[in-house]
Design a protein around this ligand. Structure first.
Ligand SMILES: [Zn+2]
Length: 327
């Protein structure tokens, strides 16, 4: 086992940026958060550099003690060149060469990867994927993303689109349009945003419906939480939607389980926030979508890092790409 090495990680979110100073043996030595709502890159980039340097100092370290930094980025991005091209929630950030900027300011080598893949690496080095070389991490939140680790290696693909699980089409003739432009994507059935929009449309003339009540009486405020509340309260339509969601989750996971034969599927936000009533119905449907052998070899588990994953994500990328560590 090599000595522990220290890296900096940046997790670029639509409303905040998480910065973590982490050691390759899994310790977080410092963490910071910077607001990133309606910001301009020329204001934020210098803060990112300064913050990284401050954290190194606060940990009583010197810059030469740091091996590099990683950036966990939202899509769409130019992964090969470390450029944030058009992050969906930051209208002023267009074609920002963030990796090059930080490399110059920090005088350290950097790397850049999409947030779902970074999440997989983070779980692999620090969370529910530790000690396992075949696992899949699935961000299950407003959208659905994935990071696939097979034989200890992250699947990136020739154009860095590898692992885009959420945009596997599950229904060829579906009318459910996905944000990506395709119809019937996994995300269009199970992403939190898609489910919310679907329910808002379905219930737009039903202000008295239980799901609307659970959303505080406003159709436009219907979200996954409102659906969950109505489902727990025994509403029949909520149960129907929940069942469809569970079946589609199982369908997508079954494809992954039979294709990659992973030891674990590590599930993000919705799974740990909602708990067993989210995952149990998926388990119930799984036998329809994959073989007994592969299913029995695969454990469905919730993310261990949960909402802290951002502090680990960029650092995990640095550990993987710059230090060359493998799962
Ligand atoms: Zn899609």
């Amino acid at each position: 086992m090599a000595d522990s090495e220290i890296v900096v990680g940046y997790d670029i979110g639509g409303t905040k940026i998480g910065i973590g100073l982490a050691s390759s043996d899994g310790k977080i030595l410092g963490r910071r958060r910077i607001k990133n709502k309606d910001t301009h890159p020329e204001d934020v980039l210098p803060q990112l550099a300064q913050c990284g340097l401050d954290m190194v100092k606060e940990a009583s370290l010197k810059r030469k003690d740091i091996k590099g930094f990683g950036i966990s980025a939202p899509g769409p991005s130019d992964i090969a060149n470390g450029v944030l091209t058009a992050p969906p929630n930051n209208q002023y950030w267009r074609n920002v060469p963030i990796q090059k900027y930080l490399e110059e300011k920090l005088q350290l080598p950097g790397c850049f990867e999409n947030d779902a893949n970074c999440g997989a690496l983070a779980e692999g080095f620090f969370g529910a994927g530790r000690g396992i070389s075949d696992f899949i991490y699935m961000t299950m939140s407003t959208g659905i993303g994935g990071g696939i680790v097979t034989g200890g290696t992250l699947v990136r693909g020739v154009g860095f689109y590898g692992g885009e699980i959420g945009h596997t089409v599950l229904e060829a003739n579906s009318t459910r349009k996905c944000g990506c432009g395709l119809y019937g994507c996994y995300e269009s059935f199970c992403g939190g945003r898609s489910i919310a929009l679907f329910l808002q449309e379905k219930l737009k003339d039903r202000p008295d419906h239980k799901i609307v009540e659970c959303a505080g009486g406003k159709v436009e405020d219907i979200d996954m939480l409102a659906l969950e509340k109505a489902y727990r309260a025994g509403d029949a339509f909520a149960a129907e939607v929940w069942d469809e969601m569970s079946m589609r989750n199982a369908q997508a996971m079954g494809i992954l389980i039979n294709t990659f034969n992973p030891k674990r599927l590590i599930l993000g936000t919705l799974a740990w926030a909602i708990g067993d009533i989210y995952t149990d119905p998926i388990r119930k449907y799984l036998p329809r979508f994959c073989w007994t052998e592969t299913r029995e070899q695969c454990e469905l588990t919730a993310s261990e890092l949960r909402r802290d994953i951002g502090y680990y994500a960029g650092a995990a990328a640095a550990i993987y790409f710059l230090l060359g560590r493998r799962m």
